[in-house]
Ligand binder design. Structure first.
Ligand code: 6PG
Ligand code: NI
Length: 189
């Protein structure tokens, strides 16, 4: 039997950076079609801000192994809609996940393949259980970076296609200074 070598790595709670992790950057230009207000999207595209960064420590896609990653989701809005991640189902749809909020303020939008949505607010210390089959997207509703750690099966994979095409049935916007979860006007069954 060939055993893998155990290891410990350092996560910096302030920046969300995990040492030696693989870094992924998502800018606004990577998210065409994701936000409801297309005019506001085009306008902000001139600045093309970074929406989020992911620091991932991943293993080979094998059954039984685990990956983990932090996400640093920046504050901001496209029109009235808060900055958010793309959101995805897992390619192996029955793979669950756990999120642990470290810094800032936000929440998670989850959705079943039938379009049934849930909103779970998150603040430092909140642990979110993402059950098998639920799509998940995180949203920064605060004014500082929203940072969290995610732990997921190494063979889960990411299926972005459905969400890219259809979005979530709910959107999270600011209305009169309040965080409001409301029906996505572009949603079709
Ligand atoms: C995962 C996690 C998480 C997620 C990031 C970025 O399955 O890897 O859910 O690490 O990938 O928060 O969000 P998107 O993958 O939706 O862009
Ligand atoms: Ni996931």
């Amino acid at each position: 039997m060939e055993y893998k070598e155990p290891f410990g790595v350092k996560l910096d709670f302030e920046s969300g950076i995990i040492e030696n992790a693989k870094k992924l950057v998502r800018k606004l230009s990577d998210m065409k079609g994701y936000y409801v207000d297309e005019e506001a999207y085009e306008k902000l595209l001139k600045e093309d801000p970074i929406i989020y960064e992911v620091y991932a420590v991943e293993q080979e896609e094998k059954d039984g192994d685990l990956n983990f990653a932090t996400t640093v989701l920046y504050p901001g809005k496209v029109g009235s809609e808060f900055f958010m991640t793309k959101g995805h189902y897992h390619s192996k749809a029955d793979r669950a996940e756990v999120y642990f909020a470290l810094k800032g303020k936000g929440g998670m939008l989850l959705q079943t393949p039938e379009g049934e949505a849930r909103w779970i607010p998150m603040e430092p210390g909140t642990i979110v259980y993402v059950p098998p089959y639920w799509a998940h997207r995180t949203i920064n509703t605060g004014d500082e970076p929203f940072i969290f750690l995610a732990l997921y099966p190494a063979d889960a994979g990411h299926d972005y296609g459905t969400i890219k095409e259809k979005g979530f049935s709910k959107i999270v916007v600011e209305e009169n200074g309040e965080v409001v979860v409301k029906d996505n006007p572009k949603w079709t069954e």
